[in-house]
Design a protein around this ligand. Structure first.
Ligand SMILES: CC(C)(COP(=O)(O)OP(=O)(O)OC[C@H]1O[C@@H](n2cnc3c(N)ncnc32)[C@H](O)[C@@H]1OP(=O)(O)O)[C@@H](O)C(=O)NCCC(=O)NCCS
Length: 225
């Protein structure tokens, strides 16, 4: 199996693209970029040379990924979100050798129109809300919201706000969609039912109900964590 690229896309010589990846209208993949397997790039996506992208990554329309960025497996980039690679750009000063690194760890989501200031790490399954401006690292499963982004809580792998309750010496929450239990300890969240590095089983990877429907069913989930 090979990859698919729409006829309007530019794929430079010298980039690597994994099998099963799909690259849609007006994308540009630069020489030296590495894209994994089964990725989906929407319309007008730019990938610079040196960028490393894992497997099963989804990138929505109008996203540019600049040198210095690494996306691990199963990252989701919402439409028109913005990544950066120089904190203090000036047209008069050459800093192409000084790109600052940004790492998006496995399963992280960046909401539509959010901006990531460079030099940060977004943890596994962290969730950046639409329109947020993130200037600092985000821990695994963190929900980051606002301008500047602040951590507002924790999101499950299925993208639901986790409400922790005390259980013995720790705090435990369960995801209303998967039933997976999560533990909060020392300000770190871990899934008790599936290792973070493991992909979801097939039967848990198709959504059955919308986010508003889940919230209507669990009205307490609108309250504070
Ligand atoms: C983060 C998100 C999942 C909502 O989380 P939530 O905790 O369920 O939020 P709620 O709707 O209960 O709102 C809680 C509060 O946060 C605010 N809020 C919600 N989304 C916000 C956002 N993106 N930025 C800032 N504030 C936000 C609400 O106004 C509300 O504030 P209030 O308590 O003062 O009224 C959603 O807003 C979001 O950003 N989703 C990403 C959508 C996206 O980008 N999709 C891309 C693919 S199409």
């Amino acid at each position: 199996m090979t990859y698919f690229a729409h006829e309007s896309a530019f794929i430079d010589a010298g980039c690597e693209i994994g099998p099963g990846s799909r690259i849609w209208h007006f994308c540009h993949i630069s020489s030296g970029a590495r894209l994994g397997e089964a990725c989906n790039l929407g319309q007008n996506v730019f990938i610079a040379g040196g960028v490393i992208i894992g497997d099963r990554v989804k990138i929505q329309n109008n996203v540019s990924i600049y040198a210095g960025t690494t996306l691990e497996d199963e990252v989701f980039l919402g439409p028109s979100c913005v990544l950066t690679n120089i904190s203090n750009p000036r047209s008069q000063i050459k800093r192409q050798h000084l790109y600052e690194k940004t790492l998006l760890r496995r399963g992280a989501t960046i909401g539509a129109n959010a901006t990531l200031v460079c030099g940060i790490e977004i943890g596994r399954y962290a969730f950046v809300a639409a329109g947020a401006v993130v200037t600092q690292d985000a821990p695994d499963y963190a929900l980051m919201m606002g301008v500047p982004a602040r951590q507002q809580g924790w999101m499950s792998r299925h993208g639901h706000v986790l409400h922790f309750e005390a259980s013995d010496d720790t705090f435990v929450a369960s995801c209303p969609e998967s039933g997976f239990r999560y533990q909060l300890e020392n300000d770190c969240v871990r899934c008790l039912d599936l290792p973070e590095e493991q992909s979801l089983p097939e039967e848990l990877s198709a959504g059955q109900k919308s986010y508003p429907d889940f919230k209507a069913q669990h009205p307490d989930s609108n309250s504070e964590n």
